[in-house]
Ligand binder design. Structure first.
Ligand code: GRF
Length: 222
């Protein structure tokens, strides 16, 4: 039997996206094994989620390193032991060095709670409310050189209600994140995503716009 694809997941907190990926592996949506979960926070709840599934966990505390580069090198060492086909950032709250990003080019993916390129960085839900956006959402993207940049594969859109707070909005977005992240990972594992001259392709065609997940369906042409 062919060896299963190896997924390494990096977390810092609750790990609800990690859970969605675990669930997708368990229901065989993803033909893969989560070979390691790495957290920079010893108290991350996601570590318990991984332990429950007998997934190998590592805590690499960024505070124990004198520079971002040294911390990232320590992570690279641990990650590479798992020979990952894909390195998945799932609420990993550290900015990554260029060396790390380059090392995993085209196999490093992130989920961000906004409709990128809108609202890079933190407090995305509050920004959507403050700007009276009618639509908000989340994006799955390959990691580029700049913070929260890189080609977006799938976005999900949800309506913003006038009664929304940052918390209510965040929790509705999160429910949708749990659907689109496994879908994007599945596309990567099935080799549907490729990079040609640094241009992202889906099914061998340039992916000029992100796919859109709306009303429980994947829409390929907006
Ligand atoms: C999510 O909102 C994700 O988009 C962002 O961090 C949050 C992580 O949540 N990058 P969880 O730890 O997966 O529950």
């Amino acid at each position: 039997m062919a060896k299963k694809a190896s997924l390494v997941v990096l977390i810092s907190g609750d790990g609800s996206n990690l859970q969605a990926i675990i669930d997708a592996v368990n229901r065989k949506q993803l033909d893969a094994e989560i070979t390691a979960v790495i957290s920079n926070q010893v108290s991350a709840k996601g570590l318990d989620r991984a332990c429950k599934e007998n997934i190998t966990t590592h805590v690499i505390d960024h505070k124990a390193y004198t520079s971002r580069e040294n911390f990232d090198q320590a992570m690279i060492q641990v990650i590479d032991e798992a020979s990952p086909d894909l390195v998945i950032l799932a609420g990993f709250m550290r900015i990554l060095s260029q060396a790390f990003i380059k090392h995993y080019q085209h196999r490093l993916i992130n989920i961000h709670p906004s409709l990128l390129p809108k609202y890079k960085g933190l407090n995305t839900h509050q920004q959507a409310i403050d700007n009276q956006d009618k639509i908000h959402g989340a994006s799955v993207h390959y990691v580029g050189a700049e913070l929260d940049s890189g080609p977006v594969v799938i976005q999900v859109e949800i309506p913003v209600f006038s009664s929304d707070t940052a918390q209510t909005l965040a929790s509705r977005v999160l429910v949708e994140e749990h659907k689109i992240y496994p879908l994007a990972i599945e596309m990567h594992l099935n080799n549907r995503i490729q990079f040609k001259n640094n241009q992202i392709q889906l099914d061998k065609q340039p992916l000029n716009k992100p796919l859109l997940w709306k009303e429980e369906k994947l829409i390929t042409d907006k």
